[in-house]
Design a protein around this ligand. Structure first.
Ligand SMILES: [Zn+2]
Length: 440
């Protein structure tokens, strides 16, 4: 294994106390600006009766109220088009992005030049974490739409001085030819699209394993943190996989380093992360699972302060061999708070089931996990494709046994003929939640 790369070694390997003090200093700077001229948070803090002078030490963050997505949505509905979470005059903003809006109306987010450069620095940490160095060639196999995930990697690569190769609206074959022809080494993509590219390569007789690509930077859905998906992608591409995690509302708070394949670092120099009980909002004991709450420290122009992500996470104990002191979340995001299905008293997350199913399917095979209500109670069912001639009962039985062993639950598992479930080319939606009347 090569030497560990850092973007800012001093900050990334600082002691816990130093990190906490750095966060606090940045928090106070942020709050000063917000209290002075951000209508959304000024009003919110006034309603909760928290004056700025009450924030005197790092623990005082807990005096501030949580922010939830609904508040941003309502604010933008009432104050169209951009809402009131704006600390600066509108003419200072230079970048527009929005959420995908899969669970409601898209949320709009604006950046100033300063905050956009901050997002770029965040991406520098991510790129360096994945061992990207000058001389690498980063190829973007996607359209530059209004979603942030790849844009910020573009900005980070630019700041680091890495050759950027865009491929706009090209098709998969054109992109593959561009990867091979220009000896691209790093590809940011969704796991689903990495598999789709691999499928096209196979059809066209292109050997990806002997290409110059050495790293896949994955986002949009869990990839590198799902061992089966990681192994599949690493084998086909002969490249290392790294997940990076974030939300348009707060930015990219999580990244993987080269030394810990089963966890993500929280970028603690730029974000404050709290892990709270999803019901009570109180901090959980160290090492317990809870909801991630994030405060971003570099976007004072349109901040998210104590933002409840809805993501369930668990902090790993001990230090990472990479030398970074930023805390590590075991397995990344374990599941979404609102996706939890309670079956006969057992909390089940679709992710955990997906990890099991992934072990039994071949590349290109699909599966679907569906939550529904039966007699008023949560139920869950799994369908998966098997190739022609595959032994239906054996596969169904093996998956049922593994679920029984791991979760102590009996669950309906049905193998269906190949081609009968929906296929995805960009981001997969394999969990259907009928309890709320639709896909999430
Ligand atoms: Zn590490």
């Amino acid at each position: 294994m090569g030497e560990v790369e850092y973007f800012d070694k001093k900050v990334e390997t600082a002691s816990r106390d130093e990190t906490v003090m750095l966060q606090f200093k940045k928090l106070v700077d942020l709050l000063k600006k917000v209290f002075a001229s951000n209508p959304f948070y000024k009003e919110k803090f006034k309603q909760h009766r928290v004056p700025l002078k009450d924030i005197r030490n790092p623990d005082d963050l807990q005096k501030l109220p949580f922010t939830i997505k609904r508040e941003f949505e309502e604010d933008q509905e009432r104050n169209s088009p951009f809402g009131t979470n704006l600390t600066e005059p509108l003419e200072n903003y230079v970048q527009y992005h929005q959420t995908s809006g899969t669970t409601g109306r898209p949320l709009k987010f604006l950046d100033t030049r300063e905050s956009w450069e901050w997002r770029g620095r965040v991406a520098c940490h991510i790129l360096k974490g994945a061992g990207v160095i000058r001389g690498d060639r980063i190829l973007f196999p996607f359209n530059f739409g209004p979603y942030t995930a790849f844009w910020i990697m573009y900005e980070g690569a630019y700041q680091l001085g890495i050759l950027i190769i865009p491929t706009g609206g090209w098709n998969s074959l054109q992109r593959l030819e561009c990867i091979i022809g220009n000896k691209a080494t790093v590809i940011p993509t969704t796991p689903t699209y990495a598999l789709a590219l691999a499928e096209t390569a196979r059809e066209r007789g292109i050997d990806l394993a002997s290409s110059s690509v050495r790293s896949l930077l994955l986002s949009g859905e869990p990839g590198a943190l799902v061992p089966q998906v990681r192994e599949k992608l690493q084998r086909i591409w002969n490249a290392r996989c790294f997940d990076y995690i974030g939300l348009t509302e707060v930015g990219t708070w999580g990244f993987q380093c080269t030394e810990e394949p089963d966890g993500v670092h929280i970028l603690e120099s730029e974000f404050i992360a709290e892990v709270v009980d999803p019901e009570t909002g109180k901090p959980v004991e160290e090492g317990e699972a809870g909801e991630l709450v994030v405060t971003n420290l570099g976007r004072s122009c349109m901040p998210a302060i104590r933002y409840r992500t809805g993501d369930l996470v668990k902090v790993k104990k001990g230090f990472c061999p990479c030398g970074r002191t930023f805390r590590v979340l075991e397995g990344g995001v374990l599941g979404r708070k609102d996706e939890m299905v309670v079956i006969r008293g057992v909390n089940v997350f679709p992710n955990a089931l997906a990890n099991i199913v992934e072990k039994y399917i071949q590349p290109g095979d699909e599966y679907q996990i569906k939550a529904y209500k039966k007699n008023g109670l949560d139920e869950i069912g799994i369908k998966l494709e098997i190739k022609e001639g595959g032994r239906k009962e054996v596969i169904e039985g093996a998956i049922q046994d593994e679920i029984k062993r791991r979760l102590n639950l009996r669950m309906e598992v049905e193998a269906v003929p190949k081609g009968s479930l929906p296929k995805f080319s960009y981001k997969a939606k394999r969990f259907i939640d009928e309890r709320k009347g639709g896909e999430i």
